[in-house]
Design a protein around this ligand. Structure first.
Ligand SMILES: [Zn+2]
Length: 268
């Protein structure tokens, strides 16, 4: 199994063929005489379409980022529920935090893997982000009394100095944060993403083990026509996105406030 393990590249880069091949003059003449291009029109078309998809995806993540911060107070009120509910905890939230520094370059909060020709992406999970924001390094007291969370940082691993911006879910203001350890931001986030990669890899292994066990059971019962355990391999069930989670949490608060109102009315 071939695993490409380069997190500095987007999916777009994986699909793009290298632009130049070392080619001898003789072979170039032969190739051109045969009407063959190094980069065919079809390859060029694929590259352009992937670029367009990538641009659309960037806009998509910008919109999600705005939605997440606009509703950060709601998300924080339901923090424990999100952590305890896998379909909420596993929501991709890699776009909510950005960082990078001199020499080390940008921080990757999402990694793409090419595993046997299937590309899958692991992004920082919402549960991981909420736990990161619980640490002293990633939170700051706001003048309004609320707790702001770090959402971007830059700095240098050599001097260790940094500049960061934090966002307060209460007063919706951005706060500038200076002189915190750059390494504490950068390496902590990188380790957190590695832990998410581990969570997902282990989850796939566990699901495959289950699929093999199910298959063995059916084979033992006899009369089992399907030849492979792949048929028993299943994912996590219903997928939940950030938009759905926010809507469900808002509905819950609405239901709660209307029931409390009814109770108050019944008491008076
Ligand atoms: Zn505030």
């Amino acid at each position: 199994m071939a695993i490409i393990f380069d997190d500095s590249r987007s999916i777009n880069d994986y699909l793009k063929k290298p632009d130049s091949h070392p080619e001898s003059f003789v072979s170039m003449c032969k190739r051109q005489a045969a009407g063959l291009k190094l980069i065919s029109d079809e390859m060029e078309k694929e590259r352009k379409e992937q670029e367009e998809l990538h641009e659309l995806q960037e806009k998509h993540f910008e919109r999600k980022k705005k939605l997440l911060f606009d509703n950060l107070d709601l998300i924080m009120r339901h923090r424990d529920e999100i952590l305890a509910t896998p379909r909420y905890a596993n929501i991709d939230a890699h776009y909510a935090i950005k960082g990078g520094g001199l020499y080390v370059g940008p921080l990757h909060t999402s990694r793409a893997f090419n595993v046997a020709g299937s590309i899958f992406r692991v992004g920082l999970r919402l549960a991981t982000l909420l736990r990161i924001w619980e640490t002293d390094q990633f939170k700051v007291e706001c003048k309004c009394g609320g707790t702001a969370v770090i959402r971007s940082f830059t700095g240098s691993p050599l001097s260790g100095s940094s500049r960061a911006t934090a966002y307060c879910p209460e007063c919706k203001q951005e706060i500038r944060v200076k002189n915190r350890s750059f390494g504490q931001y950068f390496w902590f986030l990188q380790t957190s993403l590695s832990e998410d990669v581990e969570t997902i890899a282990k989850s796939i292994i566990a699901k495959w083990t289950l699929a093999e066990a199910e298959y063995e059971k059916k084979v033992k019962k006899g009369n089992y026509k399907d030849p492979r355990p792949g048929a028993e391999f299943h994912g996590d069930g219903e997928y939940c996105d950030l938009e759905t989670m926010i809507n469900e949490l808002k509905m819950k608060e609405f239901d709660f406030s209307t029931t409390s109102q009814h109770k108050r009315q019944n008491l008076t």
